[in-house]
Write a protein that binds this ligand. Sequence first.
Ligand code: NAD
Ligand code: UD1
Length: 338
Amino acid sequence: MKVLVTGGMGYIGSHTCIQMISAGMTPVIIDNLYNSKPTVLDRIEAVSGQRPVFVNGDVRDKALLVDVMTSHKVDAVIHFAGLKAVGESVQKPLEYYDNNVNGTLVLVDAMREAGVKSIVFSSSATVYGDPASVPIREDFPTSATNPYGRSKLMVEECLTDFQKANPDWSITLLRYFNPVGSHPSGQLGEDPQGIPNNLMPFVSQVAVGRREFLSVFGSDYPTKDGTGVRDYIHVMDLADGHIAALKNVGTKDGLHIYNLGTGIGYSVLDMVKAFEKACGTTIPYKLVDRRPGDIAECWADPAKAKQDLGWTATRSLDEMTQDTWRWQSENPQGYPEV
Ligand code: NAD
Ligand code: UD1
């Protein structure tokens, strides 16, 4: 199976390419390197033994997409490319709707022209807004509180309508919970630009001495220790979820929606403790005010993905923190420029 991987140089896309190669699939990457470095390709090759085709281009370039899909005879698409910083999306909504919504529409239009009818889309648990209860099932109501979340929801709705009008297409919406961790080799990992927005990259930069302390956003939530609870999932498990989804598109048309999570919630302080165990030092932290827009707790019911795809997350919290630490300590400044 040949698969066009948009955003394949990014954090989740690069790990998924490695798992695709080991499953005997051939990724063809298109990425504009807006949030990733060319050296990722060397690392994918070093770890997997294969250098995927890489096209430096934008998902809003329809002619290029049609050309890549037809010349490489791709069977399916995984669509990771997009912008993902919630705070930035509030400041730059147009950029988010253009990259995330328009980018997807151009991509699907190009797929139609190239005769490719299967797509797996990177959605997010953010589409559940502030859920009325946990664990969260796929049939829970959806909502958005910021332009990033709204862009994911809009794409989900566009793809749902498109699939209804084109029943021979296979469209899979994967709602990721909180991806963390790195490839166990320490060669690939998350490399955020500037100050990390997400918890794990921030904690690991404190551990490596790039930041002084962690600010824990809120200690008065109605949770076991007052800090926010999330469903952290190892990026390798997430990558395997894409392989399972791709195997499914080969056999089933239709619209498929799956949570990719572990079904287990950990608090911010659980994560700090687990990270301290992995790195062997203390992570200094300060309890500060809640971050606007945050919710108390969020974790998945992953039963549907298990039932339909035979996929389940298997990697432990210790693997998440140990693998993150290996990547961060061996690459304290992230990927080199060249
Ligand atoms: P990432 O930023 O590491 O990877 C995205 C890649 O897409 C980058 O390499 C970037 O250069 C590329 N890109 C962006 N806009 C592009 C465009 N217009 N054309 C071509 N390439 C473009 O992000 P990630 O963490 O790997 O996330 C991948 C996808 O998963 C995103 O759609 C994101 O919204 C979604 N997602 C991520 C998380 C998370 O916590 N990481 C959670 C839920 C959903
Ligand atoms: C955030 C995004 C969400 C996105 C998800 C991807 C917001 C409001 N939501 O979710 O849309 O899909 O990332 O993984 O940004 N925390 C701290 N200190 C920090 C950073 C985080 O205490 O420096 C806490 C948060 O309050 C939260 C937990 O750690 O309780 C996880 O935060 P984060 O990694 O940003 O993920 P989410 O808030 O779940």
